[in-house]
Design a protein around this ligand. Structure first.
Ligand code: AMP
Length: 280
């Protein structure tokens, strides 16, 4: 496994793979890897000849009062995991390599990028779209793999790929969960044992909404009420948003339908967690 820290090295390594006639799958991450990331790597390995992963805690997608400085960094462990998954290339640049002095070009996905997490975290999706566009240019993968866990991010990136004509396929992989339903997240490391138990109301709320929908309830206001009721079981969990939206536009529905995205974000102590499900 090659670990590359400059844009030039990564570009050259990816170019060599393409010249060799091999397909390339890219898995962008911020490190602190868990089984959700590894599921993306395995999907990439099953669909592409060669897998590259990036590990980059992207400063531009964090707000001024967010957790950039304390975001978990477990580089050696991450590399060991990726090596054992037969990843060929790891791109791990420093912030100055990705954003040299004077860098001033951004990718803004208007509309979609301002909804859900984009509304709660102004500028977040500008940072995400900008760094992912850069990674796509550097690696030029055939396919790029993302988790449904970050469903709003998927909507933003799908739109960016379409609007900017990126010549790649965006593959979305299902959310990996703990046996009790908690969605795997690098930020789960911040939770105390007690907070971790409280956090289960997020997946419970999504399940309550799915169950009510399957039982025939189509009214979004009532479905959201069922979800809020489930979260109210833990008064220390503060909802940021709970919404039923179109997964392409992230615009709210008033009547639920199959394929609608049910998305939740909530604070458990000082940790902000997100989760979602698709109505079937
Ligand atoms: P992150 O390192 O948190 O930026 O995540 C990198 C990629 O892993 C993103 O595409 C995430 O959506 C995906 N991911 C994070 N958590 C999970 C999970 N529990 N299941 C599946 N994919 C995930």
């Amino acid at each position: 496994m090659q670990v590359l820290i400059t844009v030039q090295e990564m570009r050259a390594a990816c170019r060599a793979i393409r010249r060799n006639g091999q397909s390339l799958g890219l898995v962008p991450t911020m490190g602190a890897l868990h089984a959700g990331h590894i599921a993306l790597v395995r999907a990439a390995r099953s669909q592409c000849d060669v897998v590259a992963a990036s590990i980059f805690v992207n400063p531009t997608q964090f707000g001024p009062n967010e957790d950039f400085a304390k975001y978990p960094r477990t580089f050696e462990q991450d590399c060991a995991m990726l090596r054992s998954e037969s990843v060929a290339l790891v791109f791990a640049p420093q912030p100055e390599e990705m954003y040299p002095t004077g860098a001033s070009t951004i990718v803004e996905v208007e509309g979609v990028g301002d909804r859900l997490d984009g509304a709660s975290r102004p500028g977040h999706f500008r940072g995400v779209a900008t760094v992912v566009a850069k990674l796509f240019h550097i690696a030029a993968p055939d396919k790029a793999f993302f988790g449904q866990k970050d469903a709003a991010q998927v909507a933003v990136l799908r739109r960016m790929v379409r609007d900017l004509n990126f010549d790649l396929e965006l593959i979305v992989c299902p959310t990996m969960r703990e046996p009790d339903g908690l969605a795997l997240s690098s930020r789960n490391r911040y939770l105390s044992a007690e907070q971790r138990t409280r956090a289960l109301v997020l997946s419970s709320a999504l399940n309550a909404i799915s169950a009510a929908y399957r039982a025939g309830q189509k009214d979004v206001a009532r479905l959201l009420e069922a979800g809020r009721h489930a979260i109210a079981a833990e008064p220390e969990v503060r909802i940021d948003y709970l919404a039923i939206v179109d997964w392409d536009t992230l615009m709210p529905f008033t009547e639920a339908r199959a394929g609608a995205l049910v998305a939740v974000a909530a604070h458990v102590g000082s940790t902000r967690l997100i989760d979602n499900t698709i109505l079937e």
